[in-house]
Design a protein around this ligand. Structure first.
Ligand code: PEP
Ligand code: MN
Length: 342
């Protein structure tokens, strides 16, 4: 439910309505606007008495939100959310490139890749210190040592750090080091992790689950927002289908759906979306053309010897070309890529 206040409504009137909502056991989310304030109402236990609310001073109207997602919906927040990742804005005019190896393998590996992607125009460095691997015998990541390497990358190149929290236990230490916390596809419906991510201060990069509908995807973001963290970036990374020419089927139609339905920014990860190096460039072009706010690209200087996801990792030179093409396509749409390095 969305309560629309009159434009002349005072702060006290808004507060009285919020108190009434909270007294009924529901949550009130005041949404100040340029003309008037609205109050979003969430909660599923008690019903609020609409007539009582309408009778309050300063209340103009009540809109019933029919969609299951509330806080992530455009009905609640009509303006685009721009997420501030330690000074890098995602969801505004600028297209943001996040790049790096699938896994942090060593200090030397990260410094080589970081130096290159920073020069090419990336503003965020993405590398996993904790890896969710299909096999328990595969490389699981360097853990906190990997986080320290990422901190050094930030220090040296000014790149913001994106890294994954694979469970609630790890979240605290990841939140200490990261500028943006990744929640991976396998954890999209790990509700305790989502809730905990919603209660800590860092922004969250939420990846779409491997077979999640877009409603399930947005509901996962709703869990985070419902705990108070509004800084969420969605990431389309492909879903499982019958197709076997590709690791996943990258669903670019998710972008216009999300843009229409939600105010949250969305980026695209063609690396996991396709699993194949030669598909990264064409699908990056397409993602930007379809309205994505940025890209997450796996880059490795020696993909043949990468400890994870080598076949989908592009080389630093390929990343240079990719940024150039994305910049050209972005300019048609009035969007820029790292203007400082052009
Ligand atoms: C990753 O980003 O390295 C990863 C494991 O991705 P996903 O969760 O999308 O599979
Ligand atoms: Mn990977």
């Amino acid at each position: 439910m969305l309560i629309v206040m009159e434009s002349r409504a005072t702060k006290e009137m808004v507060k009285r309505v919020c108190d009434e909502i909270e007294a009924a056991g529901l949550k009130a989310h005041p949404i100040p606007g340029s003309i008037r304030t609205a109050i979003g109402v969430t909660g599923n236990k008690e019903q609020v008495d609409a007539d009582r609310i309408l009778a309050q001073e300063g209340v103009k109207d009540i809109i019933h939100v029919t969609k299951p997602f509330k806080l992530v919906s455009r009905e609640f927040y009509p303006d685009n959310t721009v997420v501030d990742v330690s000074g890098v804005l995602v969801g505004g005019r600028e297209l943001v490139a996040m790049a790096g190896p699938c896994a942090v393998e060593s200090r030397e590996q990260c410094l080589i890749i970081a130096e290159h992607v920073a020069r090419a125009g990336a503003k965020l460095f993405r590398g996993g210190a904790y890896k969710p691997r299909t096999s328990p015998y595969s490389f699981q990541g360097l853990g906190e040592e990997g986080l320290k390497i990422l901190a050094e990358v930030r220090e040296k190149y000014g790149l913001r750090i994106v890294t994954e929290a694979i469970d609630t236990e790890i979240l605290d230490v990841v939140s200490e080091y990261a500028d943006l916390i990744q929640i991976g596809a396998r954890n999209m419906q790990n509700f305790s992790l989502l809730k905990k991510a919603g209660r800590q201060p860092k922004p969250v990069l939420l990846k779409r689950g491997m077979s999640a509908t877009l409603e399930e995807f947005l509901m996962a973001a709703e869990y985070i927002m419902n705990e108070g963290n509004r800084n969420i970036i969605l990431c389309e990374r492909g879903v499982r289908t019958f197709a076997d020419h590709t690791r996943n089927t990258l669903d670019l139609s998710a972008i216009p759906f999300v843009k229409r339905t939600s105010h949250l920014p969305i980026i695209v990860d063609p690396s996991h979306g396709t699993g194949k190096r030669h598909k990264i460039l064409p699908l990056s072009r397409a993602a930007i053309a379809a309205g994505a706010d940025g890209l997450l690209i796996e880059v490795h200087h020696d993909p043949a010897n990468a400890l994870s996801d080598g076949p989908q990792s592009i080389t630093p030179d390929m990343f240079d070309d990719l940024v150039g093409e994305v910049r050209a396509i972005g300019s048609v749409l009035g969007r820029t890529v790292n203007e400082e390095n052009t």
